[in-house]
Design a binder for this molecule. Structure first.
Ligand SMILES: *Cc1c(COP(=O)(O)O)cnc(C)c1O
Length: 238
């Protein structure tokens, strides 16, 4: 078995074990393999090992890979920061967007979603780390934004996404994730159809699953350590 297939198998076991430890069904959280900075061949290897959902963070880096992999039936999740000059490409090429935190970006994505495609599946990013992050809406503003986004015709709001700071201990990780856990039920009480909590990465997926994650976004535990990429490389498409 190749290294990626073996790492995927280990990751799936971690997820299933965490689900059971949390008293949830073994398949309670779906795995998104985060392939940013890794080449199309690595994604092909993961697909051969049964993985179909992949996450990318940089539009310029992702689009050539999506083209190279167009022969496979893959589900693409955009998990990076959202800039208004990138929304058209994201709306045209991705199935999901996880980092929504502003209504005007959501409006652009809805307007720019090609009519031939199903609605873009979206999650609202909630800031669970205070001033340590500039991304995400405050938890107490998330439901108002959710109600506004839910009215947009070409988006389908699924739930919420969160990224705690790195290097927290498991107790602190859980406390961060717990700030988001109550949002889907609160939204459902307001009539919103929400079923998703996108939270948990290589270093904190157990804590996220304990607090109710339904999607985990795992990169380095599957593909290995990423090389650093700087803005110049991104501008040049790497
Ligand atoms: C890179 C990234 C991940 C994956 O992180 P790992 O620590 O490599 O598992 C998950 N979510 C987001 C938003 C990311 O940018």
């Amino acid at each position: 078995m190749g290294a990626i297939a073996a790492a995927l198998q280990a990751c799936r076991k971690r997820i299933a074990d965490a689900c059971v430890a949390a008293g949830r069904a073994p398949d309670c959280a779906r795995l998104i393999a985060v392939s940013k900075t890794f080449p199309a061949d690595a994604i092909r290897a993961a697909h051969a090992a049964g993985q179909t959902a992949f996450g990318e963070s940089y539009v310029q880096e992702a689009l050539p890979k999506l083209r190279q992999l167009a022969d496979l039936a893959l589900e693409w999740h955009f998990i990076g920061p959202l800039q208004s000059n990138k929304t058209r490409q994201i709306a045209a090429h991705f199935d999901w967007v996880h980092g929504l935190d502003r209504l005007h970006i959501a409006q652009r994505l809805s307007e720019q979603r090609p009519a031939a495609l199903p609605p873009l599946q979206v999650c609202i990013q909630v800031n669970v780390s205070g001033e340590a992050s500039k991304h995400g809406v405050a938890a107490d503003a998330a439901l108002a934004l959710a109600e506004a986004i839910a009215t947009l015709p070409n988006l389908r709001l699924r739930g919420f996404m969160a990224i705690p700071e790195a290097d927290l201990d498991p107790t602190a990780q859980r406390l961060r994730f717990r700030q988001v856990a109550g949002l889907p039920p609160a939204g459902r009480q307001r009539g919103l159809d929400l079923d998703t909590l996108s939270m948990g990465m290589s270093a904190d997926l157990e804590a996220a699953i304990h607090e109710g994650a339904t999607l985990v976004r795992v990169g380095s535990a599957i593909f290995g350590n990423r090389r650093r990429i700087d803005n110049n490389q991104l501008e040049q498409g790497l």
